[in-house]
Design a protein around this ligand. Structure first.
Ligand SMILES: [Cu+2]
Length: 145
C-alpha cells in the first residue's frame, strides 16, 4: 500500500516538475512580420500554462475557439496574462485590435481533439483578415492530428 502511495507521489511530483509555462510575446514586429504573436503556434500539454507578454503595447489576446469544456478567455490590453491549460484540444485566438492584419495564434494542448470545430470556424475568422492571411493559414496548418 505504502509502495503504491509513494509511486503515486512520485508520478505527481514528476508531472508537476514537467509542467511548462510557454511565453508568447505580443509584438508590433517579429520574425514573421508585423503584428504577431511569437511563437504563434505552441504545442503544450495538459497542466502547462501560457503567458501572454505585452513586449510591445497595443495588443491583447482573445479566444475564438477553445477546447471542449474550456471557457472562452480574453487577456486585458497591454497586460501580462497567464492562461492555465487544463483541457485537451486547440485554442484558436486573435488580437482584437489587429485581427485585420492577421494577428492570430494557436495553442494546441495535447491531441487536436476539437479539430472539426477549428475547421468549421476558422473560415469565418479568416474572412476578417485583410493582410497576411496566408501567414494565418500557415499558423493553423501547424496543428498536429
Ligand atoms: Cu495586436
Amino acid at each position: 500500500m505504502s509502495k503504491i502511495l509513494s509511486l503515486l507521489c512520485l508520478t505527481l511530483l514528476s508531472s508537476f516538475a514537467s509542467a511548462k509555462d510557454w511565453q508568447i510575446q505580443m509584438l508590433n514586429y517579429g520574425d514573421a512580420g508585423s503584428m504577431v504573436f511569437e511563437p504563434s503556434y505552441v504545442h503544450a500539454q495538459v497542466g502547462d500554462t501560457v503567458t501572454f507578454v505585452p513586449t510591445q503595447s497595443g495588443h491583447n489576446a482573445k479566444s475564438y475557439v477553445v477546447p471542449e469544456q474550456a471557457k472562452q478567455w480574453t487577456s486585458p490590453l497591454n497586460e501580462t496574462y497567464t492562461l492555465p491549460l487544463s483541457q485537451e484540444g486547440i485554442h484558436l485566438y486573435y488580437c482584437p485590435p489587429h485581427l485585420m492584419m492577421g494577428m492570430i495564434g494557436v495553442i494546441q494542448v495535447g491531441n487536436a481533439s476539437n479539430i472539426d470545430v477549428i475547421e468549421q470556424k476558422y473560415p469565418r475568422l479568416r474572412s476578417k483578415i485583410a493582410l497576411s492571411s496566408e501567414r494565418a493559414d500557415a499558423i493553423v496548418a501547424q496543428i498536429k492530428n
